[in-house]
Ligand binder design. Structure first.
Ligand code: SF4
Length: 194
């Protein structure tokens, strides 16, 4: 419909108008056959990338073809840029290579999953309040993209003498963590030389 009517307004906003165009063209008699024919046309001739206008039964009526813009239609609005959020993750290692972990809250992103302790993730970098007092050192930054935002996660690491009973080996914990925390843990271990 966008090509036939040379609709240059972008999707998704133009959808309503395209539906209206389609409605006007749909015949009372045998609308199912008509719909099938239009779908066949879209699948074989007026294909998304290369409309074969020379073979098309609508070529003399098609305004998109007449204007020479058929291939550029339908247009799409550019996707809004994803926001960037910031946070800090903390990697506390003992001498045996075990690591301090926590379960993320059930609700929210990565809910209930094993993770490194971390700050929340916000537009402005939150104050990095560590889970325990120690000599925290920067290891670098992990970048990770979620569906709705990019995350820049600073990683701080430290060595501790004692961790809670049952603290997992860092390598095992990484296998159970979501990718962003596994990356943060590996970065912290590299900085620690483990
Ligand atoms: S003439 Fe070209 S652009 Fe127009 S409907 Fe046919 S195949 Fe599509």
């Amino acid at each position: 419909m966008a090509r036939l009517h040379a609709e240059t307004a972008p999707l998704p906003g133009v959808k309503k108008r395209l539906r209206a165009h389609a409605g006007v063209l749909t015949p009372r008699r045998r609308p199912g056959d008509y719909a099938q024919a239009v779908m066949d046309l879209g699948a074989t001739i007026c294909t998304p990338r290369r409309p074969a206008c020379g073979l098309c039964p609508w070529r003399s009526a098609c305004r998109g073809r007449q204007a020479g813009i058929a291939e550029t239609l339908p247009r799409r609005a550019p996707r809004p840029a994803k926001p960037i959020r910031h946070g800090t993750a903390f990697l506390a290692l003992d001498r045996a290579g075990r690591v301090l972990t926590e379960r993320r809250p059930e609700r929210g992103l990565l809910g209930g999953m094993l993770a490194l302790p971390s700050t929340g993730w916000a537009d402005d970098p939150p104050t990095p309040i560590p889970p325990l007092e120690a000599d925290w050192r920067p290891a670098g930054e992990v970048r990770h993209t979620f569906t709705h935002f990019h995350l820049r996660l600073a990683v701080l690491w430290t060595r501790v003498e004692v961790l809670p009973d049952g603290a997992p080996a860092a390598v095992e914990a990484e296998a159970a963590m979501p990718t962003v925390f596994a990356k943060a843990s590996r970065l912290g271990r590299a900085a620690a030389g483990i």
